[in-house]
Design a protein around this ligand. Structure first.
Ligand code: PMV
Length: 353
């Protein structure tokens, strides 16, 4: 008897131009385009196995070992349904293919990092889910086409189907067919940019991105300004900075956009606070680090960015990674468990504790 099973994994992506706001909540169509970097190390990934079997009684999903309900008409159900429909189209065209689109699926997904702590676990999760079903069903579908389906699971998931620098084009059509992810540049184009993740708090966040966005769309005048007058130019400028490998411009735009996203959260009624005092202290550290760098060389050396949670992501060229880790460890004593996974500090161990 044949076993129909496939495993795929997808990494987290961290936005430089933030997606915040839906113009269609069912199809998950955004109010602005966004752009992110997909992280390429093994530390922040979701790995998902999907299996189709005639003996299964219903579609089921386990997340980190515990079963999660697949609600009728919910996001998971939508993604699974769309993937089955693509398989069905293939089977209709080629009668030699096994008819597995009619079988129920069991899906098991694991994150190797804290779930729902502002570390984009839904992005890697839905991207891995769609990728594993695409592998199970042997779909010839392009990554951009799959991104349209992952988008309906969690908006930012569409960007995790590509590595490197990725744009999610908001699109214009009401059916969402032009709202998809495209590659701006592959990782190899600019391997020098590294991301440092500072986990300030790994608990589940207070206001989910779905609830937060809805409230912002309903109440924030600043969001309307951002959508119309800020993001389009920023998307063009940061894409250009990436193509030109211009870290100074990339960093400036990334920090501006993180700041505006959190300003929009604050402009929401009631206001939403995703950053905490430690997050703000990390911003102060990077601002000071950059001030000294600009005095010496005229150029920025690091960029902070924060999603819907307190954890910092710091983008920086490789040559600065060690220096920044030392600063973080020096000023944030809770980092004393730092494990040095990349051997940055060699045999001498971690400095500056
Ligand atoms: O895809 P969601 O619903 O988890 O929303 C993600 C929103 C941000 O992470 C704050 C920004 C982004 O573009 O990833």
């Amino acid at each position: 008897m044949s076993v129909y099973q496939a495993t795929a994994s997808a990494p987290v992506n961290i936005a430089c131009i933030k997606y915040w706001g839906k113009r269609d909540t069912k199809l998950i169509l955004p109010t602005n385009s966004s752009l992110s970097v997909t992280l390429d190390q093994d530390h922040l990934r979701s790995t998902t196995t999907s299996r189709a079997d005639p003996s299964f009684q219903k579609d089921r999903l386990w997340l980190n070992g515990s079963e999660d309900e697949i609600k009728d008409g919910g996001r998971l159900a939508t993604c699974i349904k769309e993937m089955k429909a693509l398989r069905k189209q293939l089977e209709d065209k080629d009668s030699s293919l096994p008819k597995i689109s009619g079988y129920f699926v069991h899906i098991s997904s694991r994150n190797n990092f804290p779930t729902a702590a502002g570390l984009a676990s839904s992005a890697s999760g839905f991207a891995a889910l769609v990728a594993s079903l695409a592998a199970l069903y042997k779909l010839p579908t392009s990554q951009s086409d799959l991104s349209r389906i992952a988008r309906q699971g969690s908006g930012s998931a569409c960007r995790s189907l590509f590595g490197g620098f990725v744009a999610w084009q908001m699109g214009e059509l009401p059916d969402g067919s032009d709202s998809l992810a495209v590659e701006v540049a592959p990782r190899e184009h600019w391997p020098d940019v590294h991301a440092l993740i500072c986990v300030v708090n790994d608990e589940k966040k207070g206001t989910s991105s779905t609830a937060g966005m809805q409230r912002t769309v309903d109440t924030s005048p600043l969001l309307q300004h951002r959508i119309k007058h800020v993001v389009p130019e920023r998307m063009a400028a940061i894409s250009e900075a990436i193509r030109a490998r211009d870290f100074d411009a990339f960093a400036r735009i990334t920090m501006q956009d993180s700041n505006q996203f959190h300003a929009v959260a604050l402009d929401t009624e009631p206001p939403i606070f995703y950053m905490n005092d430690v997050s703000r202290a990390i911003i102060a550290l990077i601002v000071e680090y950059n001030r000294v760098a600009v005095e010496k060389t005229g150029k920025l050396k690091a960029a902070y960015t924060y999603d819907a949670g307190p954890n910092a992501v710091i983008y920086t060229p490789k040559e600065n990674v060690k220096e920044i880790v030392e600063l973080i460890i020096k000023y944030f004593p809770q980092a004393e468990n730092f494990k040095d996974p990349f051997g940055l500090f060699g045999a001498a161990g971690v400095q500056g504790k």
